[in-house]
Ligand binder design. Structure first.
Ligand code: AQP
Length: 367
């Protein structure tokens, strides 16, 4: 039978154009679906009141939390005071840390009208959920937690609370059905454990009780894992932090803790090997930063010494948090307003957590 090549070519072209239009439609549906999901997103995260919030907490967590409140969706942020109890032994210090953390969030722009903001211990349903999750969590999962292992390696004497921290954290999250958990890179594993616990519970009782959330981490690694004055991850328990609102002589003292070496200013140096630049990168505009880097790389009589770089860093930290420091004083002078915000937040948070707790109780036969 003779083959009509021209005819086949026309048919292939026609089919190709139908296929392209179908694919375009699928793409359109997908992006419409994604944008409809964006409006439904629920963001949730917390910070331990185990000390004063530092630059790592700010860049890795608090700043993204405050920026996210601009997006449509629901926003939940809390002060993890039960978590702080794993290390805290001074009631007055713990109380003060809770207040300071609440004030820091509010001073830096968290809007309690748009965000449900509360103290973890005001929502006891979370500890009930933590118990239910512990009962479906293998010891092996908790034994693999990097954060626990790092703390023990740093000489922290572990207690059971520190060991089971991931189960309480999973409950903190799952009690509110969030879709996204904005955290620093160090918490990625804990959010993944939360996903595992949600799946284990649902599978164990054959019910869709908990929703698996996704971690949301700054894509810029310098922000996702801010280094401390000794070059390790900045962490309250490592004693290498710079407090967000530090100023004057104390700020100078903190910045002076940033490890440097004894090489003279004239000696050309690779900025990548100078810890101070990890801090300058967080604060200076790109163009200015490049200028300092070029001068350090070149060395010679015009090269800045570590003292110059530290002075510039101090100036920029002071400037960045000037307004926040002023607002902090206003909130510290109005504790009743801070309490009112936390109490109202806890009421809203409890409502949500009670519904999820009841779902879990029912699924496992306790109700
Ligand atoms: N260095 C950091 N860089 C970026 N993000 C960080 N976060 C903490 N340190 C850095 C993020 O801050 C949020 C709250 O952390 P947390 O205080 O609740 O617990 P943490 O991660 O264990 O912080 P610390 O300072 O190391 O506390 P301690 O020493 O008390 O355990 C999280 O989103 C975290 O990723």
């Amino acid at each position: 039978m003779p083959v009509d090549c021209q005819h086949i070519g026309v048919r292939i072209k026609a089919w190709a154009s139908v296929l392209v239009s179908v694919l375009k439609r699928i793409e359109g549906v997908e992006s419409a679906y994604q944008s409809s999901r964006v409006t439904l997103n629920t963001y949730l995260s917390g910070i331990q009141s185990s000390g004063l919030s530092h630059l790592g907490n700010w860049f890795g967590a608090m700043r993204p939390h405050i920026q996210l409140q601009e997006l449509e969706g629901e926003h939940f942020y809390f002060i993890a005071d039960y978590h702080a109890l794993t290390t805290s032994r001074d009631p007055a210090v713990l109380k003060n840390n809770v207040r300071e953390l609440a004030v820091a969030y509010l001073a830096m722009g968290l809007d309690p009208e748009r965000v449900t903001f509360w103290r973890q211990s005001d929502v006891p349903q979370v500890t009930e959920i933590a118990w239910m999750l512990s009962c479906v969590t293998g010891m092996g999962l908790l034994e693999r937690a990097h954060s626990f292992k790092d703390k023990v390696a740093q000489g922290v004497k572990p207690n059971v609370g520190l060991f089971t921290y991931p189960a309480l954290m999973a409950a903190d999250i799952l009690a509110f059905d969030p879709t996204h958990v904005p955290v620093g890179a160090d918490q990625k594993q804990h959010v993944e454990m939360t996903q595992d616990m949600a799946t284990s519970f649902n599978a164990a009782f054959g019910a869709e009780v908990f929703q698996r959330p996704e971690p949301l981490i700054e894509s810029d690694e310098r922000l996702a894992k801010v280094v401390g004055t000794d070059g390790q991850k900045m962490s309250k328990s490592y004693g290498n932090t710079i407090w967000l609102f530090e100023t004057g002589k104390k700020l100078k003292k903190a910045v002076n803790q940033i490890t440097t070496d004894s090489r003279p200013p004239e000696e050309p140096k690779d900025p990548k090997g100078v810890l101070l630049f990890r801090f300058l990168e967080l604060f200076l505009p790109a163009e200015e930063l490049e200028g300092w880097e070029a001068r350090v790389l070149e060395g010679g009589v015009d090269a800045p010494g570590y003292g110059h770089l530290k002075a510039r860093l101090i100036e920029q930290i002071e400037e960045t948090f000037r307004e926040g420091r002023e607002r902090r004083m206003e909130f510290l002078n109005d504790p009743a307003e801070v309490d009112r915000i936390l109490v109202r937040g806890a009421e809203r948070a409890r409502e949500r957590a009670i519904a999820v707790r009841d779902r879990a109780l029912k699924a496992c036969g306790l109700r």
